[in-house]
Structure formats: structure tokens, C-alpha cells
Design a protein around this ligand. Structure first.
Ligand code: A2P
Length: 321
């Protein structure tokens, strides 16, 4: 694949970004968090049409740009193509809608949100997905969507492309099928789910890792969820380095070569999560954190099963949600 044929420098996402998903669908609160984050020095923002708040995020960008707090070329804005827009003929309109909502002329990175295609009429109602699956992880179909995403680079709408929730096999296939290689793969990563094989593969393939839910969702969300921020080893190491447990987790992700995109609506936490660049964990602290691997995924979705690749061209919707 051709990584970069132009003279434009392709930027990788900055190490710390703000995640903008909000499970309570509170778009204005997310917009406010983006404003706080820009003032705190964040430049990387992880958005998605699915999150339903790109207009509010765009207002925050516009206000900061107008006030001269930041320039467009300092920002690194990522957005994602949702699964119901994955038919090649729908990709450009989806990207233009996102650009319009965010009030931007280009994205720094446009990412395929999942290796999944849903029918065009699939939607989210009151936080619940109503969907039909066209395919999950089908090589040919993913390559066709990707070709339509590559056309967005050629048209100047986006500077680079990324994938999200791709496993080693899907990423490997896409690397063979593409003209413009993905520069990033975004997936859940934290000491309970270190994703060693996938991280090693990405490194080899020159694909930058972006860790989502690096704080383990900030605490248990369901009775079976373990508590990563409250884990005694994480807290102990935080004490050793004089940082918070959240900062230790973010630093762990960075020292494994990844960017991290923690979500927060709380100004002090937004500031705290930024301060992970000028100190380090020792190799023994990294190793002790590595021992926390229990293979636990906080993010499970009804439209994709990580551990079992479904056969191509599944045409029936899975039950539930
Ligand atoms: P809040 O928005 O109330 O600040 P993740 O990105 O791993 O999914 O975690 C997101 C959750 O973690 C949010 O609920 C956020 O809560 C919480 N959070 C973010 N930063 C911190 C921090 N520095 N300390 C504790 N909790 C945090």
C-alpha cells in the first residue's frame, strides 16, 4: 500500500486526546468539556457521528478558533464513519455531514468506527441500537468501504484514515487491500486488557495505537465489572510516583507507544489527564501493571463479537438491543 504519495506531512494523533462519547447523550456538557480541554492545552479530539454531539463539539471549536485560543492547524480532529453509512455510495455524504456539524473544512483523521456494515435505516433510539447487519468483518466489503474513504483523502476532505476495533486479521487484510494505509487503529486498551498481540502487530505495520476507555470507564458500570481506577496495585503505584491512579493508567498506555483518549466532563480531571507527558513509570512499575492482564473488555456491543469472527455476509440481525 501507498502510505503517502503527497508532500503533505501526515500527522499522527497527539498522545493525549479527549474522548467525546457521553452515555447520557448530554451534548452541551460535552461541548463545554471540549472548551475546557482546549483552554487546558488539548489539541486532539476524538469525535464520531454516532455520539450525536458533533454540532455541540463544533460550536466549542468555533468559539475557541474565533477567540484565538487555538488555530485550526493546531487541532487534531478525528471523526468516525458510522456502520449504517458504510455502503460506499453513502460514505462521502456521511463525511460531509460530520464536517458540517463540526464546522470544519477537513478532518485530520477519518476512522471506520467498526468493521461492520449495517443497513442504511439502522438507528439509535433512546440510546438503544435498532439495526440490521449487512456484514461483520467481511474482507471484500471492508475494502469497498475503504476505497470510498480513500476518495475523501483525494478530495481533500480528510488528511488521513484510521480504523477502530479491527483485529489482527482484519487489519492485515486491509493493509493488503488498500491504496492509502490506515495510520491508526483505535481499540479498548488498559492493564486489564493490554491487547499485546494487536499492539505488536500495529507496531510492525506502522499503525499507531489509540487506546479508548484507558481508565476502564472510570469505574464499574455493571456488577461484574472490575474496578481499574480502584485497583490496589494501580493505587499503590500512584502513591509511589505521586500521581493519581488515572494518570498512572494513561502513562502506562503512552509508554506502550499508544495515544490515549480518556473521557471526562469534569474540569479538574480534564486537566489532570493532560499532565502525563513530563514524568515516567519505571520499567518495574510497567511490569507490575502488565501483570494485571485479565483479558477484561468493558465495551461489549450487540453488533460485533470480538472473540469470534462471524462468517461473511451474515444477513440476519443478532437478537437484543
Ligand atoms: P467524569 O466525566 O465524571 O469526569 P474512560 O475514558 O476509560 O471510558 O473513562 C471515562 C470515565 O472516567 C468518565 O466517567 C470520567 O468521569 C472518569 N474519569 C475521567 N478522568 C478521571 C480521573 N482523572 N479520575 C477519575 N475518574 C476519571
Amino acid at each position: 500500500p501507498i502510505v503517502d504519495m503527497s508532500t503533505t506531512v501526515i500527522r499522527r494523533p497527539p498522545l493525549v486526546g479527549l474522548g467525546t462519547f457521553n452515555r447520557f447523550q448530554d451534548a452541551d456538557a460535552v461541548g463545554e468539556a471540549v472548551s475546557v480541554a482546549i483552554r487546558a492545552g488539548y489539541r486532539h479530539f476524538d469525535c464520531a457521528s454516532l455520539y450525536g454531539n458533533e454540532k455541540a463539539v463544533g460550536k466549542a471549536f468555533a468559539a475557541a478558533l474565533k477567540a484565538g485560543e487555538v488555530t485550526r492547524d493546531q487541532l487534531y480532529v478525528v471523526s468516525k464513519l458510522w456502520c449504517s453509512d458504510a455502503a460506499p455510495e453513502d460514505v462521502e455524504a456521511a463525511c460531509r455531514k460530520t464536517l458540517d456539524d463540526l464546522g470544519l473544512e477537513y478532518l485530520d483523521n477519518y476512522t471506520m468506527h467498526w468493521p461492520v456494515q449495517m443497513t442504511k435505516d439502522s438507528k439509535v433510539v433512546d440510546g438503544k441500537h435498532e439495526f440490521s447487519i449487512v456484514h461483520q468483518g467481511d474482507r471484500k466489503a471492508l475494502a469497498a468501504t475503504w476505497r470510498a474513504m480513500e476518495a475523501l483523502v483525494d478530495a481533500g476532505l480528510v488528511r488521513s484514515l484510521g480504523v477502530s476495533n479491527f483485529d489482527v486479521r482484519m487489519l492485515g487484510e486491509l493493509m493488503q487491500d488498500c491504496k492509502i494505509a490506515p495510520i491508526s487503529n483505535q481499540f479498548e486498551m488498559h492493564p486489564f486488557l493490554p491487547q499485546r498481540e494487536l499492539v505488536a502487530y500495529c507496531e510492525k505495520a506502522n499503525v499507531h495505537v489509540v487506546a479508548y476507555s484507558p481508565l476502564g470507564m472510570g469505574g464499574p458500570r455493571s456488577p461484574q465489572d472490575p474496578d481499574l481506577l480502584g485497583d490496589s496495585l494501580v493505587k499503590h503505584i500512584a502513591g509511589e510516583v505521586g500521581k493519581s491512579p488515572a494518570q498512572v493508567l494513561l502513562r502506562w498506555a503512552l509508554q506502550r507507544g499508544a495515544s490515549a483518549i480518556p473521557k471526562s466532563l469534569t474540569p479538574e480531571r480534564i486537566v489532570q489527564n493532560r499532565d502525563v507527558l513530563d514524568w515516567a513509570l519505571s520499567s518495574s512499575q510497567m511490569e507490575r501493571l502488565d501483570s494485571l492482564d485479565i483479558g477484561y473488555r468493558f465495551i461489549e456491543v450487540p453488533y460485533f463479537n470480538f472473540d469470534q469472527r462471524p462468517p461473511s455476509n451474515v444477513n440476519t440481525a443478532p437478537p437484543g438491543q
